[in-house]
Write a protein that binds this ligand. Structure first.
Ligand code: TRP
Ligand code: SF4
Length: 398
């Protein structure tokens, strides 16, 4: 009934680093050729924690979109936009808020955690409590089925599904739904109707997800249904309600474990990052001063790559012969650490080259970025408006 959309967002935090590139962006780039994708800058979400310091949001948004384009996101394939440019997100957020139980928001694990963690900020605000509800609106407004995110976002996705279910429960009730659905079944023709009812039974009695998928395919193929009847039959499969908002699933990006310069996970808060578009000189210096196995005080001291963050970089950036060379030379004290780091420096710089080239066009002409965002936001708005028409109608605002 709805196209199988992928959606994800990122708060504007300024220049992205190699952890974002390997952990998130490469995955987005792959997805853009497999599904209709929407990727957006969650600038309102940034304000939930940075409401006292909005000055960086605009420049961070711009730089971040350049990093996306540098990584290979293609505005001809994916819809790239900015949350605050699609005002409909705010409308859905408001309307979902009418029935969202406070307890659900308070119980989201990140809520209390973040308040604890960011002690220097006052996060006992309405906006911060609403963070996951705004995220739910971001997702539900496009009826997105897949949301590529990291492990930390799973509770938000769970709550989004609960919000969708509750919405459909409250507003998907239609007078005489059961009868209208049964009428619609007949319109399928006797053969398809029989198949449809069998699949419905299999799902309702055995909970077989596969049966639902087959039934969806069957409905997609059937030609003589009105849009309203089709929606009824989708809803009738799962219960006795119309499906207005679609329940999304997290598409877990497996932790790429891009290590930082100190061996911990690469993260801005640890100060151990290499920016995607950092200049060569600075990258070289950072890698040359990386800590190594502390046992290797002198070149003649044997080391253990397992105790060295440089080895973690080799595992990402070096081929098998180079890795074997590192193992042997380190354990047998055949080389100095600077020599060991040299191929890493070269690979990081080599891999960065195409990113820099792609970014250059946008650095030279910032208006290109602005028009990509404007076009993407326009496209996103059209999709969002379709959902909002249905939402308003069932909430008595038609
Ligand atoms: N909360 C997400 C994060 O911190 C960002 C985000 C906002 C998001 N809205 C979203 C992610 C919708 C996926 C879908 O990473
Ligand atoms: Fe690390 Fe390489 Fe030095 Fe061994 S030789 S400690 S792997 S930098």
């Amino acid at each position: 009934m709805f196209p199988e959309r992928v959606l994800s967002g990122m708060r504007p935090t300024g220049a992205l680093h190699l952890g974002h590139y390997h952990g998130v962006l490469k995955n987005w780039v792959r997805l853009q050729s497999e599904y209709p994708c929407l990727f957006f800058v969650a600038d309102w979400h940034a304000l939930t924690t940075h409401y006292d310091d909005p000055s960086i949001i605009e420049s961070s948004t711009h730089e971040m979109v350049i990093d996306w384009l540098a990584a290979g996101l293609d505005p001809a394939q994916a819809t790239i936009f900015v949350q605050s440019q699609v005002i409909e997100h705010a409308e859905l957020f408001l309307l979902l808020g009418m029935s969202a139980p406070l307890g659900w928001l308070e119980r989201v694990p990140t809520y209390k955690e973040q308040i604890e963690k960011l002690k220097e900020k006052d996060l006992s605000t309405y906006g911060f409590l609403g963070y996951p509800l705004l995220q739910a609106a971001d997702i539900l407004i496009y009826r997105a089925e897949h949301v590529p995110v990291g492990e930390d976002q799973v509770p938000h996705l769970e709550m989004t599904r609960e919000i969708a279910r509750r919405f459909n429960y409250l507003y998907g009730r239609e007078k005489g739904f059961e009868e209208k659905a049964q009428e619609a079944v007949k319109k399928l023709g006797s053969k398809l109707a029989k198949q449809y009812l069998e699949l419905r039974n299999r799902f309702q009695e055995q909970g077989e997800e596969e049966a639902i998928e087959q039934a969806h395919a069957l409905l997609d193929e059937s030609k003589n249904l009105t849009l309203a009847d089709r929606e009824r039959l989708f809803g009738y499969l799962e219960g006795s309600r119309k499906i207005i908002l679609v329940e999304p699933q997290a598409l877990l990006t497996k932790d790429s474990r891009m290590p930082g310069l100190d061996g911990q996970k690469m993260s801005k808060s640890y100060g151990n990052t290499i920016a995607m578009r950092e200049d060569a000189e600075s990258i070289t210096k950072k890698i040359r001063t990386m800590p190594t196995d502390p046992a290797r005080v002198r070149k003649t001291d044997a080391g253990d790559p397992e105790k060295c963050p440089v080895w973690a970089f080799h595992q990402i950036y070096s081929d098998a012969p180079t890795c074997a060379w590192v193992q042997d030379s380190c354990k047998n004290a055949k080389i100095g650490c600077l020599e060991c780091k040299q191929p890493v420096i070269e690979s990081v710089l080599r891999e960065q080259q195409p990113l820099l080239e792609r970014a250059q066009t946008y650095v030279d002409d910032p208006s290109l970025v602005r028009s990509i965002i404007a076009d993407g936001s326009e496209k996103a708005r059209k999709m969002a408006q379709e959902t909002m028409r249905d939402v308003r109608e069932v909430m008595g605002l038609g």
